[in-house]
Design a protein. Structure first.
Length: 204
């Protein structure tokens, strides 16, 4: 007999996180937390990302639609630049200003992960940090990129798996973390809660 697969819930609306998990063999149920991210302020970037992830996980874990015994994952990402936490830009002008600061420099993408086992109530949480090196974009490239709308929907105003990929010259650390979920860290959190990563794989 094959062991039964543990249900997995992603408490995030991020298409990139969902696709990353699917590519890794996990087919999560998506339940968006609806957490107001502006309620936390003044925290160091890594701590901010972790606390937002914990809030999102907690907001979803108690809902009726969560399958019995499911693992619930909350994530949140911010880009740390000059000690400041940069989430999604407020508007296009904000995104342009971000890129004027970021181009030709490096930042640290901090992603908080909070995993709850609804069968036991146990929680495992940690932050993954990845250094991202940005190309020195021209004003025209910044304007064209912001005009696509892509930077407005993502932490740090860039993607590595979309149009922004050409503007990232290097990464030190886990590439998946920059997309939105660190698979190696998630595997560790799953093990911490007494589960095996491979038991999450959907049937092929």
């Amino acid at each position: 007999m094959t062991p039964s697969r543990t249900a997995f819930v992603l408490a995030s609306a991020s298409p990139a996180r969902l696709q990353t998990l699917r590519n890794a063999g996990v087919e999560p149920t998506v339940i968006v937390s609806g957490v107001d991210e502006s309620q936390l302020d003044g925290l160091p970037p890594a701590e901010l990302a972790l606390q937002l992830a914990e809030l999102k996980c907690a907001a979803v874990a108690g809902r009726d639609e969560v399958p019995d015994g499911a693992l619930v994952l909350g994530c949140d990402s911010v880009l740390e630049l000059d000690g400041e936490a940069l989430g999604k830009p407020g508007d296009a002008d904000d995104a342009v200003r971000r890129w004027e600061r970021m181009r030709g420099r490096s930042g640290v993408l901090q992603t908080g992960h909070c995993l709850r086992d609804t069968a036991t109530g146990q929680v495992a949480a940690a932050t993954a940090s990845t250094t991202v090196h940005f190309a020195d974009l021209s004003d025209e490239e910044v304007a064209a990129y912001v005009a696509t709308g892509e930077p407005l929907h993502v932490a740090g105003a860039f993607t590595v798996d979309g149009l922004g990929g050409a503007f990232v010259t290097g990464i030190d650390g886990d590439h998946h973390n920059v997309v939105g979920v660190s698979l190696p860290l998630l595997r560790e959190l799953v093990a911490e809660l007494g589960h095996s990563w491979t038991e999450l794989w959907a049937p092929r």
